[in-house]
Design a protein around this ligand. Structure first.
Ligand SMILES: CCCCCCCCCCCCCCCCCCCCCC(=O)SCCNC(=O)CCNC(=O)[C@H](O)C(C)(C)COP(=O)(O)OP(=O)(O)OC[C@H]1O[C@@H](n2cnc3c(N)ncnc32)[C@H](O)[C@@H]1OP(=O)(O)O
Ligand SMILES: Cc1cc2nc3c(=O)[nH]c(=O)nc-3n(C[C@H](O)[C@H](O)[C@H](O)COP(=O)(O)OP(=O)(O)OC[C@H]3O[C@@H](n4cnc5c(N)ncnc54)[C@H](O)[C@@H]3O)c2cc1C
Length: 663
């Protein structure tokens, strides 16, 4: 093992709690930690899954080819684990989610959509016969699918999609067409050259009537030759800010026929004669999107943990400037401004992990109810999933960028792995529902609840709104005070937005125009509501831990308090505007924040060590466990193809003649 950097050694000695205890707590138990480590060993120590050349130096085409090579090995290995009865769903979570997957494929996996959306859509939207026909093929990867919903012209407004599927009762087939350029499917992951099947979302026409968008299973390529089927126009959309090996594609149809039974018919049906049979809720078709939004919140925690581990370790190793004359240069982690860039994101990763697991439980309960035809809890789940996805991904992307900046110049190197982590994180703000649009969905729910509070006590995530407007508690240095103040802010923002919509309607505006004119406030209200949930769950979780050591409890309490105070300070204006808070209280909050940064300082390295992220997962010269930052940066530079020869041919071709001409 390489020699450990002296600063990190000292930091690790300072830690006041047992890091293994926190690792086990975060994993859900010691057995889970061991299972995870054994899974990491199984994947990361496989030489076949290593790259000889850093992916940044490959061409676009080579990147894709390497990604497909690795993806096939990766999923074959997942299948092996499943067959051996090891790990179950956790294997998929780790491979597809933020940690293992992005370690092996830094720039994204072209087959992800097969697991994250193709299979879940068949499971959620297919009837019994369709599941029997397709699930087995998909599980065993006899076919590879993607989820083709977004078009060149529409991503958000899915009722406006233009691809048509017109039923022909004579042949009992649907005929797919892309009537315009803007109707071309655009974006689906793996669609370009990887998938041979897709769930295609299209407007269903039968008996001369359009019944709105529906999901169809469509074969795109020949199963043997992989050539596009006749009537299918398909390709890749080109280079992007990040995720350059996910093979996002375009797709058009020209009178392309599929059997009637390829319409997923669990919810809506078309009978052989063309009769349309409607489901109890048109929104059941949107089920896969809820599923992905729910799992993305977990990914936010993963990316944040990764970025904060890199930046915190680097900050302990890096020395810069003089704090006092003629004294040694301090570690940059000793600058309080640096602590302010790092520690709130450590705390935030806990907040997101805990909320993600609550959301996952709520999702499972509600989808269980949907199976038995109970729909009443779907709107609350939808509203919560939308805001947590939006706030989680926005905070995660902003956090990764702050942490990259916290690493100075070296953070700008791809060898820090912060740029590609940012590429993955910022994409989440757009896909699976653009964040502003999702916050407006939550706001729509909150306004409805505000206007009719009759059943509010039955709705756990919004029941606080019943009386929060009048909380008015005087300042106390406690999480419970901050929570109560944030709840009052959320309630006041919803109330005010509601009032402004009503005022505008009274002035003669159409409700939709009044809504649009109030939408900045509506987004802010949904954001504030979401932040009350995040803090509430963090608080409940830490308070419910019974069997942990007092040392660990103290650290988690520090992190909870930091998360609370940091949130409150970011909302200072709102606190002054909507609660009893006065200037002196803001000063007290600021002092409390500084106190917490100082308390967390000696444990910072211990906490990020507890995340137990292997060096291969961090993939960073700045964040490795041994802290040998400069040696690793130097070694990474040697991998540049330009450094493989002392003189590049461009010298002879261009520089030399240019230099001569200037003599
Ligand atoms: C199986 C094995 C393994 C499993 C593995 C498991 C582990 C996995 C591990 C982790 C891996 C992660 C890795 C990820 C990698 C991902 C890669 C990239 C993926 C990216 C994919 C995409 O990017 S894929 C496209 C997503 N594209 C959108 O996301 C469009 C947004 N656009 C809308 O979503 C709608 O278009 C929008 C705006 C609502 C308006 O829709 P609209 O106009 O029809 O609706 P309205 O606004 O009129 O609303 C009418 C009423 O519907 C209500 N409602 C609306 N939505 C509802 C809903 N979903 N459920 C219930 N109710 C809903 C609403 O609340 C209203 O209710 P009410 O009337 O009562 O008020
Ligand atoms: C990396 C990546 C992977 C993707 N993978 C897939 C995939 O596998 N399958 C798939 O089908 N799609 C995929 N998508 C597409 C993605 O789901 C859409 O890009 C997303 O839903 C946003 O839609 P849009 O691009 O049409 O943005 P737009 O809706 O055009 O958004 C542009 C702007 O308009 C605003 N806006 C739009 N509507 C409203 C409104 N009602 N109120 C207020 N403001 C509004 C937005 O807030 C935003 O600021 C992917 C996208 C990315 C970036």
């Amino acid at each position: 093992m390489a020699k450990i950097n002296e600063d990190l050694l000292k930091e690790r000695k300072k830690c006041s709690f047992n890091t293994a205890e926190l690792t086990h707590l975060l994993d859900g138990g010691k057995d889970k930690t061991l299972e995870r480590r054994s899974r990491e060993h199984f994947f990361l120590d496989d030489p076949e899954l290593r790259s000889k050349i850093p992916s940044e130096y490959l061409s676009h085409k080579e990147k894709y080819e390497e990604a497909i090579r690795k993806s096939c090995i990766l999923f074959r290995k997942v299948q092996e684990l499943q067959e051996a009865g090891k790990g179950g769903m956790d294997n998929y979570r780790e491979i597809l989610g933020g940690q293992l997957g992005s370690a092996i494929l830094k720039d994204g996996n072209p087959i992800t959509l097969h697991y994250v959306m193709f299979i879940p859509t068949i499971m959620g939207q297919g009837n019994f016969e369709q599941q029997a026909e397709w699930i087995q093929k998909a599980w065993t990867c006899s076919i590879i699918g993607t989820y083709a919903q977004t078009e060149l012209g529409h991503g958000t407004f899915i009722r406006g999609l233009e691809t048509t599927a017109t039923y022909d009762p004579k042949t009992e087939e649907f005929v797919l067409n892309s009537p315009t350029l803007t109707s071309y499917k655009w974006w689906p992951g793996g669609l370009g050259h990887s998938a041979n099947f897709a769930i295609v979302v299209a407007q269903l026409y039968t008996q001369g009537k359009c019944h709105g968008i529906h999901p169809f299973i469509v074969q795109l390529r020949d199963e043997e030759t992989h050539m596009p089927m006749k009537g299918i126009k398909i390709g890749e959309i080109g280079c992007k800010l990040g995720m350059n090996s996910t093979n996002n594609g375009y797709l058009g149809f020209e009178n392309y026929r599929i059997p009637r039974t390829n319409l997923l018919m669990k919810n809506n049906k078309v009978l052989p004669d063309g009769t349309y049979v409607k489901s109890p809720s048109s929104k059941l078709t949107y089920g896969t999107m809820i599923f992905v939004r729910v799992v993305l919140v977990q990914d936010c925690a993963s990316y944040m943990k990764k970025a904060v581990t890199i930046a915190t370790r680097y900050s302990a190793v890096r020395h810069q400037s003089e704090m006092k004359p003629n004294c040694p240069e301090p570690q940059i982690i000793d600058y309080v401004t640096q602590q302010y860039k790092l520690f709130p994101y450590i705390a935030m990763s806990f907040a997101f992990q805990y909320s993600a697991s609550w959301l996952w439980d709520i999702y499972n309960n509600v989808t269980g109810e949907l199976e038995s035809g109970q729909l009443e809890n779907l709107p609350e789940l939808h509203a919560l999933a939308c805001c947590l996805k939006a706030v989680g991904t926005a905070d995660c992307a902003a956090g990764v960028e702050t942490l990259r900046l916290a690493c100075g110049g070296h953070g700008y190197m791809t060898a820090s792995n912060l740029p590609s982590t940012y590429g993955l994180a910022t994409a989440m703000c757009t896909y699976e529902g653009e964040n502003t649009v999702l916050l407006l969905q939550t706001a729509r729910y909150l306004i409805k609840i505000w206007q009719n509070k009759k059943n509010i006590q039955k709705l756990p995530t919004v029941r606080y709104l019943d009386n929060a407007l009048f909380n008015n508690r005087s300042y106390e240095k406690s999480v419970s005070w901050i929570l109560s103040a944030l709840q009052q802010v959320a309630a006041a923002k919803i109330d005010l937005a509601n009032k402004h919509i009503n005022d505008r309607v009274r002035q003669g505006k159409a409700y939709e125009d009044a809504w649009n004119e109030t939408s900045i406030e509506l987004v802010a209200a949904a954001d504030a509501h979401c932040r009350t949930f995040l803090l509430d769950i963090f608080n409940l979780t830490v308070n419910n831990f019974q069997l942990i050591s007092p040392e660990l409890k103290a650290v988690l309490t520090d992190l909870l308090e930091l998360y609370a105070v940091h949130t409150a300070i970011r909302m200072t204006g709102d606190l002054l505007r909507f609660t009893n808070t006065i200037g002196k209280d803001v000063e007290a909050l600021q002092l409390w924040l500084e106190e917490l940064l100082a308390k967390i300082r000696p444990n910072a390295i211990g906490i990020v060590d507890s995340f137990d992220i292997r060096d291969e997962v961090l993939g960073s010269a700045l964040g490795a466990y041994d802290g040998n930052v400069y040696e690793r940066l130097f070694a990474e530079a040697q991998k540049s193809p330009l450094n493989q020869e002392p003189v590049n041919k461009s010298f002879g071709l261009y520089l030399k003649p240019f230099l001569k001409n200037n003599l």
